[in-house]
Design a binder for this molecule. Structure first.
Ligand code: CTP
Length: 408
């Protein structure tokens, strides 16, 4: 996907060993569809050369406010006017201190000061030693930069180039890319807390065997990411899947339907939206054996009996918060045929305001899907697309509906 198509980003590098990560970040930004203009301070050039950054961005690098290539000799004006954002990665402690004082004695700081503040956001990816990061001066500076309107990304925690361990590393290129993409998404769910279930459940037969299904969890993870991008607090209750946790999302791993119910009910107290994408097993073996069931060569095969699992969605939809609409519940229907009729019937059966239908066998494990939204007012098709794109569209639809609920 080209999530940054049409965007032009000025990537500023200041002095720090994390400059090596800026090379990868530049590549990632370009790959995601944006054009990138690199601007470097003299200190950054001690760590990585403009030749490398030019090769990766496919544009000459700027490093001086006296650069005569610009006809008016004002690179600080020209470069900032065409940007959709200025991203400083890495941003040193010294450069943050400089920014908040409005100092402007090199091209990058001059450009940040001269940018049209309401039109060109300033994104900062700090990178420094853990003591520098924890120093009261830095803490103060970060707070001031935020209140001046800059977006300051988190720092990573771990081994540092100096040999120490702690907070202050610059985030990895992929993490920063995700944060930049999220920054540009509309913030339609600010102030909301979204709870998502995703993936299959695993119902034990004995300690080494169990019953599960083909759900990959990708749709639910994409929805959790999209909700986070839209500004919500997000909790993701995930069955056994091998997927990375979307940035900024709180994840709770569970195995069985009973585990999922317990985790979900606990989190639902503070949630305002619940999206049930999990393919919860409808039944579980009646009584799972404590020890492995052994083959005894008698020719006898074990006979399994089942009990029904709790219905997590129906439980929450029928709870007082669900019924009053304080918790807006969205169900999914994985069907193999008659999608519309099944989805409409399931919406009424589960008692939810919105039900999203999809054809299970056509989507399990895939990166794309097609959705059918069914609510009390009608039906809406979301045509086949990537699961992330559909997740964003679904979040926009939910935001519209709970916006309308807020005004009702
Ligand atoms: N669901 C749930 N708990 C269950 C079963 C389902 O929370 N024990 C949720 C799913 O996460 C989904 C919706 O209910 O949002 C519908 O799931 P689905 O498996 O399609 O429906 P079922 O209730 O199993 O109905 P049917 O067997 O008729 O398809």
């Amino acid at each position: 996907m080209n999530d940054l198509a049409g965007k032009h980003i000025v990537l500023g590098l200041t002095g720090g060993i994390a400059c090596y990560k800026a090379a990868e970040l530049c590549r990632a930004l370009v790959k995601e569809g944006s054009t990138v203009q690199v601007v470097m301070t003299a200190a950054a050039e001690q760590f990585i050369t403009p030749v490398t950054m030019q090769a990766l961005s496919n544009r000459p690098v700027y490093d001086s406010q006296w650069d005569a290539r610009e006809a008016n000799n004002m690179p600080h004006i020209n470069l900032s006017r065409e940007a959709d954002a200025i991203l400083i990665a890495p941003c040193s402690a010294d450069f943050m201190a400089k920014l908040l004082h409005g100092r402007a004695d090199d091209l990058l700081s001059l450009m940040c000061l001269a940018r049209p503040i309401g039109k060109v956001p300033l994104l900062i990816a700090p990178a420094m030693n853990r003591e520098m990061w924890a120093h009261p001066a830095t803490v103060r500076n970060v707070a001031q930069l935020k209140s001046d309107g800059a977006k300051v990304f988190d720092v990573g925690c771990g081994d540092q180039a100096c040999g120490e361990t702690g907070d202050g590393r610059m985030l990895e290129a992929q993490e920063l890319l995700d944060d930049v993409i999220a920054f540009f998404q509309p913030k339609t769910l600010l102030g909301q807390h979204v709870l998502v279930t995703a993936g299959p459940t695993y119902e034990a037969i004995d300690p080494v065997r169990g019953i599960t299904n083909l759900s990959s969890g990708k749709m639910g993870f994409s929805i959790a990411r999209a909700a986070r991008e839209a500004g919500a607090e997000v909790t993701l209750v995930a069955g056994p899947v091998h997927l990375p946790t979307p940035r900024g999302v709180k994840r709770i791993d569970v195995k069985s339907a009973s585990n999922m119910l317990e985790a979900t009910v606990g989190c639902a107290q503070i949630a305002s939206v619940f999206i049930a994408t999990a393919a919860v097993a409808d039944w579980r073996p009646d009584n799972a054996a404590d020890q492995k069931i052994k083959k005894d060569n008698s020719g006898e095969v074990p006979r399994l009996t089942f009990v029904e699992n709790p219905d997590i969605l129906a439980t929450l939809a029928q709870s007082p918060r669900g019924k009053s609409g304080e918790l807006y519940c969205v169900g999914f229907a994985a069907e193999s045929q008659d999608l519309l009729a099944n989805a409409q019937a399931k919406r009424l059966r589960k008692g939810v305001p919105l039900l999203v239908g999809n054809i299970g066998p056509a989507t399990f494990g895939q990166d794309d899907n097609a959705l059918l939204l069914v609510d009390a007012f009608g039906v809406k098709d979301l045509a086949r697309d990537s699961k992330l794109a559909l997740g964003r569209k679904l979040i926009a639809e939910i935001a519209n509906r709970i916006g309308a609920r807020g005004q009702a």
